[in-house]
Design a binder for this molecule. Structure first.
Ligand code: OXD
Ligand code: MN
Length: 592
């Protein structure tokens, strides 16, 4: 271990004054010991080991169940570098205010030192972090979500000794003393007052997205909130696709997609590479290459079943930490949308007696599973390839009941960046706050971009300049509803039908019509064999409405205005061009 790591740990121990310091090595022996400790102290509840081997349940504090975006700050030296979509705190103020909360905060507790590697061992993509935490739950989750322990220290030695300092403390868990701070110029993260995944497992959102996006901008790559999957076509070639969707919009389900029977019989197959984060670099061949920096899945539980995601069900059948689900009398777990009907009696996510008549959810809507990626039946054989996988297509997707068609293709990389920049979605339970409101979520990175979002779009454009063979870019929306409020598209496995069109477009076929939005599939371009989607429904799914888009374009203007000078000119041009196309389409409608 380097002296820098040792010195930093000593420095933090002097401030937080733990009773014990424990260095995690990542061994199986250690997992057993930490798990036993967590069970003894009530942090974990052992589940039925016959039915769910290696599985445990954790109940969080009831006020600590989702990411706290309003308490998340970017502490860049200049406020402008943080941009209008992030909360900013001056670094000196942050260190003073939050430093005071860390003082003596680990007294009577154990401080765990968790070295971790994001990305495959030996890969040029990979980065090392060291998390100091007083939560055994965090240490055990980090063991699943990252390559933890000696493997990280070995990478540190052989790759120049640079690492992200990640300091986490539970504090007293009160929301008014909760802060998640990022110091991009110092490669450092401080988080106190929350044990929730996205706030506390610092390798994930804090390092792999906020800090990494800022490093990536300096180093010429991209850190994105994207799943990665591979699609093998009946011809036998495999195409890799990434998809940026806001939290709780189905990234895990799409990444683990099981082909519907008629497509499976034709020879289609889907491989999972990652379900949440992707790090992308231009390759020497002019293509964009991606790795999944994580080693596990921290997925949303409710709605997961053998019908919606059989691969996830198989993945979470063992060695899984469940957080905030319901506990059945036989020591197994249950949640809304589970294969089994509601149990007659259970303990809800807070440990209170629950029956179907209780009128409250048994599992928290943002309850989660933490499970090793290697357990996923569809995990790609090359998911840990240090070189990554070459990307053919990028999808930007979100929840939109109206306005946005099932799928359309951008006309160029620049137009694709504009599609990402204008992504908006109805809010979900993954972040604290109201569910179902429309919010702008560029590239699904609104809560995760570690610097000025205007500069971030500029960086996307620059990366595009390095690609002689860039991925094609698409906007998708599985969530369009009809007049009766029901989803028009079956979704889940049938999304492969849309992916098949996407791949056709990447390989030079696939019927499409040019509209003012971009290339929209013709009614018959998406295979509907074996599903009950009529021509009329397909027309509704693909409909591009001129009046709706007048409103959409003016909402985009208001959003872009917030960036002032930092809005890249090409994005402004794309927006003006869309406005012109919509207005021409409208004139054609009135005067035809
Ligand atoms: C997540 C999130 O946990 O996006 O992946 O909230
Ligand atoms: Mn996510």
């Amino acid at each position: 271990m380097t002296d820098t790591v040792k010195r930093w740990v000593e420095e933090i121990a002097a401030i937080t004054t733990p009773d014990r310091i424990y260095w995690c090595n990542g061994s199986e022996e250690e997992r057993k010991q930490l798990t036993a400790e967590a069970v003894k102290t009530g942090v974990l509840i052992e589940l039925n080991q016959q039915k769910l081997p290696g599985c445990y349940l954790h109940r969080s504090h009831p006020s600590d169940v989702a990411r706290s975006e309003h308490l998340t700050f970017i502490c860049s030296r200049r406020k402008d570098d943080c941009g209008p979509t992030n909360n900013w705190m001056a670094p000196a103020e942050a260190r003073e205010k939050v430093g005071a909360l860390f003082k003596g905060s680990m007294k009577g507790r154990t401080m765990y030192v968790v070295p971790f590697l994001m990305g495959p061992p030996g890969s040029a993509f990979s980065k090392v972090g060291i998390e100091i935490t007083d939560s055994v739950y965090v240490a055990l989750n980090m063991r699943i979500m990252t390559r933890m322990g000696d493997v990280a220290l070995e990478h540190l030695h052989s790759h120049g000794g640079e690492f992200t300092k990640c300091l986490h403390g539970l504090g007293d868990l009160s929301p008014d003393k909760r802060y998640i701070l990022h110091f991009p110029e110092d490669n450092e993260i401080w988080s106190i007052g929350s044990g929730y995944g996205g706030n506390a497992l610092l390798g994930k959102k804090c390092l792999a997205l906020r800090i990494a996006s800022s490093l990536a901008c300096r180093e010429g790559w991209l850190a994105e909130h994207m799943l990665i999957l591979g699609v093998k076509t009946p011809k036998g070639d495999t195409h890799y696709v990434t998809g940026a969707f806001p939290s709780s919009c189905g990234k895990t389900n799409l990444a683990m997609l099981v082909p519907p029977a008629p497509l499976r019989d034709e020879g289609w197959q889907v491989w999972t590479v990652g379900d949440d984060i992707s790090w992308l670099r231009p390759g020497t061949d002019g293509r964009l290459w991606a790795v999944n920096p994580e080693a596990g899945f921290f997925g949303v539980v409710p709605g997961t079943s053998s019908k919606t995601n059989p691969n996830a069900m198989a993945t979470i059948a063992k060695n899984t930490i469940y957080t905030n689900v319901a506990l059945r009398p036989d020591g197994t777990v249950w949640w809304e949308g589970h294969d089994d009907p509601p149990p007659e009696h259970a303990l809800d996510w807070q440990g209170n007696p629950w029956t179907p008549q209780s009128g409250t959810p048994a599992a928290h809507p943002n309850s989660r599973f933490t499970a090793p990626a290697s357990q996923c039946p569809s995990i790609a054989p090359n998911w840990e390839d240090p070189a990554g996988v070459p990307i053919s297509a990028i999808l930007f997707g979100a929840r939109r009941q109206r306005v946005v068609p099932l799928v359309y293709q951008a006309m160029s990389w620049q137009h694709g960046v504009f599609l990402g920049a204008t992504l908006s979605s109805e809010t979900t339970a993954a972040a604290a706050g109201k569910v179902g409101l429309l919010r702008r979520d560029p590239m699904a990175m609104l809560p995760f971009c570690g610097y000025n979002m205007g500069d971030y779009w500029g960086h996307w454009l620059k990366v595009g300049e390095k690609l002689t063979n860039p991925p094609k870019v698409f906007r998708v929306n599985w969530f369009r509803t009809g007049d009766n409020g029901k989803f028009l598209w079956p979704g889940f496995g049938d999304n492969l039908r849309v992916l098949a069109w996407v791949i056709d477009r990447c390989t030079g076929s696939g019927e499409a019509e040019r509209t003012f939005l971009g290339w929209v599939p013709t009614r018959r371009a998406i295979d509907r064999t074996g599903i009950d989607v009529s021509d009329t429904t397909m027309d509704q799914l693909l409909h591009v409405d001129r009046i709706d888009w007048i409103d959409a374009v003016s909402a985009q203007s208001m959003f872009f205005e917030r960036f002032g000078e930092r809005l890249p000119e090409p994005i402004r041009e794309e927006h003006d061009a869309l406005a012109r196309r919509v207005s021409t389409a409208l004139q054609q409608f009135f005067y035809k």
